[in-house]
Write a new protein. Structure first.
Length: 218
């Protein structure tokens, strides 16, 4: 999947399920609940035990687009892509990592916070910029940044929840990532997958109005 194809998928689905697990089997069960509720864009952080097996397992399934998060070095990048990751996410803007992802023709979402970092990432030809960490009012921040730079393709993750996701998308985000607002660590640990399923379904219902959008061509 090329970066352009990944961006099309983001506009189609709008929401990414992001899991940082402490146990491979529990992580798989938790993500399975999110998939059952309708999530199709999935991210496992490389700090999750057995992450490359998880990426390989879920990426083999038709209709799922699986990525790796917290990619901070070339070894993690190469292992994730080798396991089947279709996109990579980092909490920071690292030009070496961006270059390696570009050579492999894999979408890379670098973590950016300031307008300068967001613009640098855009000029590095990434398909999307991950907004990280979360400002106090994500939607207001996006409106301020996108006013002079509407060409940015921003995906906030940290700080997005059911109460603000639709407002964040309305403010101009191309997608949102749900982390602890979807995967409560206690529920993951105790395999309370029915609670994760219900929360996932509720979160997706909140962004349904924005799904199946056609990506604007730039």
């Amino acid at each position: 999947m090329s970066p352009e194809q990944f961006l099309d998928a983001v506009f189609r689905h709008r929401a990414i399920a992001i899991l940082r697990g402490q146990h491979q089997g529990r992580a798989a069960a938790a993500m399975e609940a999110a998939v059952g509720a309708g999530f199709r864009l999935l991210e496992f952080t490389v700090s999750t035990p057995g992450v490359y097996d998880l990426i390989a397992e879920f990426s083999r399934r038709p209709g799922l687009i699986v990525g790796a998060g917290t990619v901070l070095d070339l070894a993690s990048l190469e292992a994730a892509v080798g396991a089947g990751a279709k996109f990579l996410v980092s909490p920071v803007l690292d030009l070496q990592i961006l270059g390696a992802a570009r050579e492999l023709d894999v979408a890379m979402l670098p973590g950016c916070y300031t307008p300068t970092e967001l613009l640098l990432a855009h000029r590095a030809r990434v398909p999307c910029q991950k907004l990280f960490p979360a400002p106090g009012d994500i939607a207001a921040y996006l409106r301020a940044v996108l006013g002079p730079m509407p060409f940015l393709r921003v995906i906030p993750t940290n700080g997005v929840h059911g109460g603000n996701a639709s407002e964040v998308l309305a403010a101009g985000a191309v997608g949102v990532g749900f982390t602890t607002s979807l995967f409560d660590l206690s529920e993951v640990e105790h395999r309370q997958t029915e609670k994760i399923f219900e929360r996932a379904r509720s979160l997706l219902a909140g962004v349904k109005h924005f799904t199946n959008a056609v990506r604007p061509k730039t």
